[in-house]
Write a protein that binds this ligand. Structure first.
Ligand SMILES: Nc1ncnc2c1ncn2[C@@H]1O[C@H](COP(=O)(O)OP(=O)(O)OP(=O)(O)O)[C@@H](O)[C@H]1O
Ligand SMILES: [Mg+2]
Length: 320
């Protein structure tokens, strides 16, 4: 069963509506809602109350602040930022699992007030149901959608096959490796065909080879179905390989430092990107952007010119 067959069987097809834009940096202000906006995040702020070491003293931690972003229908947006800057907090709010202290999110013009099947969420750390087998986990969203049993089984088998877990259908999560659990989580979120995929470091726990296979499969799925994807990763290489826009966050309280358009040609594949000078160049500049506040303050220092001879500009030691 090829991926294409699976997607056609599920009614997908056509090309993505992902907008091509010139490669360069965009200020956060350049991201107001447009007619193509699928998701609009407006001025989000999230504060956690912490247990204080001193009795009766309340402590607050601002995880996220002034976070405004508009995501076009069919866009593939990657979010990178230092550990603890509020990325998972942001995705929890997008998934409807948490309410922001301030601001709001609209998807297709509707206010997000809780979880719904229009969004598939792959959480950091799998979040599988331990009492359900692999096939029962993968079929969960389809059950909620009341897909008939036989059809549900067929769809589950296709996605279990896709993530390479044939033969493990009746195993429980506790009987799987970390990477296998992550693949179950991916299959589960794809099986019920949500229009928006929220992915929190989905490939972090898999080995390098599997990661590359899953990256290519995810690109295939996105190209064929035009799903809107928000993808959190610690890997700048992964962000540049996959995304049309990379949102670079500041340290906590997390806000948007810059949004970088990635106009590398598509279709992209991990193996091709590894040897692309443009890819290395952009990856390097985003790494600089993350590291260096001065660089972020000045756009003109970041001409991410695709096509220039970058080999002489990037010393091997500076590559990630
Ligand atoms: N439920 C909670 N209660 C209190 N503090 C929390 C809670 N969840 C997250 N935090 C804090 O909020 C901040 C942001 O956490 P979050 O998990 O969103 O970061 P992250 O960017 O996803 O980090 P990582 O890259 O390590 O996954 C962190 O300082 C974290 O300790
Ligand atoms: Mg996180």
């Amino acid at each position: 069963m090829t991926l294409e067959t699976i997607i056609q069987a599920q009614g997908g097809g056509g090309t993505s509506s992902h907008a091509r834009s010139p490669l360069g940096l965009m200020e956060p202000e350049r991201l107001p809602p447009t007619d193509r906006s699928k998701i609009v995040l407006r001025d989000l702020k999230q504060v956690y109350c912490l247990r204080s070491t001193e009795r009766r003293k309340k402590e607050e931690l601002v995880a996220l602040e002034n976070f405004t972003l508009s995501v076009d229908e069919g866009a593939f947006v990657a979010i990178v930022g230092p550990s603890g800057c509020g990325k998972s907090t942001l995705l929890d709010i997008l998934a409807g699992l948490a309410r922001p202290q301030h601001g709001d999110i609209h998807i297709d013009g509707r206010l997000v007030t809780g979880p719904a099947l229009d969004r598939g969420f792959i959480m950091q750390g799998y979040a599988l149901f331990p009492w359900r087998t692999v096939i029962e986990n993968v079929g969960y969203g389809l059950e909620v959608k009341r897909v008939p049993k036989q059809q549900r089984r067929e769809i589950c088998k296709k996605y279990i096959d896709l993530v390479g877990l044939n033969g493990f259908e009746d195993r429980y999560p506790s009987e799987l490796s970390g990477g296998m659990r992550q693949r179950v989580a991916i299959a589960r979120s794809l099986a019920y065909d949500p229009k928006v995929l929220l992915m929190d470091e989905p490939f972090a726990a898999v080995d390098a080879q599997t990661r590359e296979i899953l990256q290519d499969e995810l690109l295939n799925i996105w190209e064929k179905t035009g799903k809107t994807i928000i993808f959190i990763t610690h890997s700048i290489e992964e962000a540049v390989l996959l995304a049309g826009q990379v949102v670079v966050m500041t340290a906590r309280p997390g806000t948007i430092k810059k949004t970088v358009d990635i106009d590398l040609p598509r279709p992209r594949r991990a193996a091709d990107m590894r040897v692309s000078a443009d890819y290395k160049w952009i990856t390097h500049r985003i790494w600089e952007l993350l590291q260096n506040d001065d660089v972020a303050a000045s756009d003109q220092n970041l001409p991410l010119d695709v096509g220039k001879d970058v080999a002489s500009e990037i010393a091997p030691s500076t590559l990630l």
